[in-house]
Design a protein around this ligand. Sequence first.
Ligand code: FAD
Length: 310
Amino acid sequence: PFDVLIVGAGPAGAAAAVYDARKGLRTGLLGERFGGQVLDTMAIENYVSVPETDGPKFAAALEQHVRAYDVDIMTGQKAAALVPASRNGGLHELHLENGAILHAKTLVLAPGARWRHMNVPGEDIYRTKGVAYCPHCDGPLFKGKRVAVIGGGNSGVEAAIDLAGIVQHVTLLEFADSLRADAVLQTKLHSLPNVTVITHALTTEVVGDGRKVTSLHYRDRRTEQAHEIVLDGIFVQIGLVPNTEWLRGAVTLSERGEIVVDAHGATSAPGVFAAGDATTTPYKQIVVAVGEGATAALSAFDYLIRLPVE
Ligand code: FAD
């Protein structure tokens, strides 16, 4: 069995692997692909100490760092279920989609999250070419330009406020008849001179010139009229979905499906730790995920050295 088995090979999982391998633990890292969401990113300019890099480069650096240690790397694999140990110090079982079962004394869960997509024509084609999901990450790329934010919940309104300070103009589109964000955020939003709010708006298509986004089409749900907005960027803020469906019943999840963790990265199951975007951590960023991966890895080590000698 593994001392530590890590699920997810994004920034959080990679950091956990480096930390536990350096403790001399028998470490396994299982993931669909190395790099996680980072692979879908173009410019990364907020990983402190690296002023500028891009997704594929950052993912390759993560992989190279992990491969410098003795880590059993299993990519192209997906975990399907977790059966936590029935007694303290017992082995946890990880069931894979291919039918295999792995055993481990501790686990670090780092399956990350996925941004909910609009699923309209053009969205996939223009992802990273104007269609963006992370205002903290990509906002500055649209300095002085016109953008739209899709979604009037807290994250959409926060994104619109954030972007209004950087870009020339923001149009916020909400599907329902009113915004759902907290009142203080709405008040702040309406005080900004360069923001337009449109409700009852159903986005229907992302249009571009082959290289980048040029406009957005939406339909007014009251009048059924079609409209076009000329712009350079579209920030989709209709939810971040944690990849935790397979963990239901194994560890406690929040209402939003996030793995509930404490400051040590401990989950509700003893010996099972978690890190990164899949957890209740408030900010979903690479530098945060890496730090949490280290925390979860050190907590796993701490748990192991306290196990009774067999
Ligand atoms: P992830 O990166 O999501 O990695 C989790 C991995 O686990 C994935 O590879 C997933 O496929 C795999 N996995 C999921 N379920 C299973 C399973 N059952 N079995 C096995 N493997 C599984 N952050 C920044 O700090 N700066 C930026 O500039 C930036 N830009 C971004 C741009 C885009 C377009 C996106 C989508 C995100 C961006 N982010 C950025 C956010 C950042 O990518 C995430 O915060 C970070 O990747 C989270 O790391 P993680 O390890 O928790 O999860």
